[in-house]
Design a protein around this ligand. Structure first.
Ligand SMILES: C[S@@+](CC[C@H](N)C(=O)[O-])C[C@H]1O[C@@H](n2cnc3c(N)ncnc32)[C@H](O)[C@@H]1O
Length: 340
């Protein structure tokens, strides 16, 4: 993320939502999907995405300047646009590191919510629209949110999941339980990559149909099972490895500690807990995205916050874990790996 070094950087930072909105609009208008099968001449791309000529050129060329599109020579009467390798990897649906569904959620829900930041900073209260129901009851009770939330979570986690598959000895494990599995993106990726592995997805009963559909479509239904449950009321399932991805940051410190205690109880001695999040750096200076995610939790939840590896290490040791290590995954994401 941009770290300012001169006053014009300050100007650009203060208006960086212009660029964010261009990206979000490009996702909404299907620019990246339109180019997924190959380059297109400008006019064809305008038609495919419903772009008005008044703004189409500037809009697409902002995406070129941001490194998301490539364009043929400007002097050509009909320039041709194509995806850059980054856009190919992250913005074409179905690719392992696809992040587009999270951007849709960011556009529809987070962008308006962040308009309330100053209120939250003054009051400590989350943004409007959060009643006293549990956050996730509210998500799944609202058909609009429920229809995009699990796909958005998969796409927030996709690059971290791909990285996590390569940095942990999954080939030596028999069972993995993903606590708060959402539609099962982690389990699908791991069981496809490691054929000996069996997966359990623990999540609220509301998630079951979306999990079943996604796992079946991925062709791993025989090795991945859904376990309906509520981690406030129920014990966690047992497995060689328990994973918590973007779980602890949703909750206050007391709940974070309660979940770590439950994880420790569910694991056999020497079992492993893997936590992945946008962990804030211990100095709280450099992982801007992790710090912003924590403010997002303040806007979204009553007690949630992101944390550093040092914070989590002390909670893990208190819960009885040992050998806590930190593993950088990708971008702002890191994992904590601890032994029960
Ligand atoms: C922020 S999402 C994270 C999803 C996924 N682990 C990932 O990293 O993409 C939090 C998940 O926790 C689940 N969850 C929330 N409250 C829960 C509860 N009380 N018991 C079980 N799961 C819960 C939600 O349904 C949701 O799937």
């Amino acid at each position: 993320m941009l770290r300012v070094s001169c006053p014009t950087d300050v100007l650009e930072l203060g208006t960086s939502f212009y660029a964010a909105k261009v990206l979000l609009a490009a996702v909404e208008l299907g620019v990246f999907e339109a180019l997924a099968d190959g380059p297109l001449p400008a006019r064809r791309l305008h038609t495919e995405c419903g772009l008005h000529p008044r703004t189409a050129r500037d809009f697409l060329d902002v995406l070129v300047s941001l490194g998301l599109l490539e364009r043929s020579d400007i002097l050509q009467p009909q320039p041709v646009y194509a995806l850059t390798p980054v856009a190919e990897a992250g913005l074409v649906r179905g690719r392992p590191e696809y992040v587009g569904d999270f951007l849709t959620l960011a556009d529809r829900r987070s962008y308006p919510l962040w308009g309330h930041l100053t209120d939250t900073l003054r009051t400590g209260e989350p943004g409007p629209g959060l009643d006293d129901r549990d956050l996730f009851d509210a998500v799944y009770a609202d058909p609009k949110q429920a229809s995009i939330y699990p796909a958005a979570m998969s796409s927030l986690s996709a690059p971290a999941i791909v990285a996590l598959a390569e940095v942990f000895p999954w080939a030596d494990q028999r069972t993995v339980c993903d606590v708060g599995a959402s539609r099962g993106a982690l389990l699908v990726h791991l069981t496809r990559r490691f054929p000996q592995l069996e997966g359990l997805g623990f999540d609220l009963p509301d998630v079951a149909p979306m999990f079943a559909e996604y796992v079946e479509q991925a062709g791993v239904g025989e090795r991945v099972r859904f376990v309906p449950g509520d981690f406030f009321a129920d014990q966690l399932p047992s497995a060689d490895v328990l994973v918590m991805g973007h779980i602890l940051h949703d909750w206050n410190l007391e709940t974070k500690r309660m979940l770590l205690d439950k994880a420790h109880k569910a694991l056999r001695p020497d079992g492993t807990l893997v936590i992945y999040e946008t962990l804030i750096d211990d100095e709280r200076r450099s992982n801007t995205f992790g710090l912003l995610m924590s403010l997002h939790m303040a806007l979204r939840t009553r007690g949630g916050f992101d944390y550093t590896a040092a914070d989590a290490r002390s909670w893990l040791l208190d819960a009885g874990f040992r050998d806590v290590r930190v593993q950088h995954l990708v971008g702002a994401h890191s994992a904590l790996i601890a032994t029960a």
